[in-house]
Design a protein around this ligand. Sequence first.
Ligand code: HEM
Ligand SMILES: *[C@@H]1O[C@H](CO)[C@@H](O)[C@H](O)[C@H]1NC(C)=O
Ligand SMILES: *[C@@H]1O[C@H](CO)[C@@H](O)[C@H](O)[C@H]1NC(C)=O
Ligand SMILES: *[C@@H]1O[C@H](CO)[C@@H](O)[C@H](O)[C@H]1NC(C)=O
Ligand SMILES: *[C@@H]1O[C@H](CO)[C@@H](O)[C@H](O)[C@H]1NC(C)=O
Length: 318
Amino acid sequence: MACASCLSLLVLVAMASAASGQLSSTFYDTSCPNALSTIKSAVTAAVSSEARMGASLVRLHFHDCFVDGCDGSVLLADTGSFIGEQGAAPNNGSIRGMNVIDNIKTQVEAVCNQTVSCADILAVAARDSVVALGGPTWTVLLGRRDSTTASKTNAERDLPPPSFDLTNLTTAFANKQLSVTDMVALSGAHTIGQSQCLNFRDRLYNETNIDTTFATSLKANCPRPTGSGDGSLAPLDTTTPNAFDNAYYTNLMSQKGLLHSDQVLFNGGSTDNTVRNFASSAAAFSSAFATAMVNMGNIAPKTGTQGQIRLTCSKVNS
Ligand code: HEM
Ligand SMILES: *[C@@H]1O[C@H](CO)[C@@H](O)[C@H](O)[C@H]1NC(C)=O
Ligand SMILES: *[C@@H]1O[C@H](CO)[C@@H](O)[C@H](O)[C@H]1NC(C)=O
Ligand SMILES: *[C@@H]1O[C@H](CO)[C@@H](O)[C@H](O)[C@H]1NC(C)=O
Ligand SMILES: *[C@@H]1O[C@H](CO)[C@@H](O)[C@H](O)[C@H]1NC(C)=O
């Protein structure tokens, strides 16, 4: 009888570790005890010199995880003989911060040679960026290894474009084992950072569920003809652009979502109540965001002897 409960405890423990995908918060505690503090100092410095870099680093982790798992694949630069993900439509001319990650990697290599993966650096840098901009913290699970390949095709297949409606977004996140609540919470990362005009022009000129004053002010720097002003920037959160807060959701409630894919989360559909909840409770948003970031960070990690620990994040070891 005693061992019936022992056994069920063992089974529970085994299930819990399988559910967290073999990653562990203590992975570098003995092999590289200064890894996390090294990353944090570098991220804090980068974000104080340019607040937007915090947003760019959070997005880089998302664009890593959604394409064949969190394996650092997004960091691999194109070469004469290698086509990576950086030229894929959602990334090209848009993702930023790869040099910051390369610099962090150099510092981490200096304290522990060939121990800490680029995929883990991205996951920690995303958390530290959110904290640097005033958002919640969470414990990052570690032990991911780096890919030796990347896929432009899969990046274009799996990264959702801003034209997506609620159904398309739900499918894209479900394909990564993420719930609708995770999707609404993760979209709250658009409380920081900026978008180029080409990604919200159609909404400005065609949609009616947009605040008129908001649309008029955006049109000045995002003229209608395609091609002109494509790259001009607007904050994703018009009220507090560099603060990691829940203003993204109050903006949605007043039809001030910048992207089509933002406003569909509050447009009379099934996610309206979640948006209302996150708008009215900063604590509810913080908690859901932290949970969702851990869930996103668990997408298909390479562990054990899979992949490698890159020496330089932008290229496969030679
Ligand atoms: C729900 C589906 C999503 C869509 C359709 C989407 C789309 C976009 C687009 C079009 C931009 C602007 C890119 C540019 O103009 O260069 C952007 C920026 C950004 N996205 Fe998303 N995104 C989504 C989800 C996420 C998630 C899950 C995260 C992170 C958890 C995230 C974090 C960011 C951040 C922080 C920026 C600003 C980056 C910067 O300023 O450098 N997004 N997103
Ligand atoms: C990326 O965009 C640039 C223009 O900004 C273009 O010249 C290049 O061909 C694009 N790369 C890919 C792989 O499409
Ligand atoms: C780290 O170790 C690898 C081999 O394990 C070696 O090739 C590389 O030069 C070392 N780098 C530094 C900075 O010591
Ligand atoms: C959304 O999904 C539907 C059904 O899968 C598809 O027909 C439609 O083209 C998608 N919309 C966008 C903007 O990709
Ligand atoms: C939406 O707006 C863009 C830019 O103004 C325009 O080129 C496009 O044809 C419009 N699409 C629809 C479906 O109205």
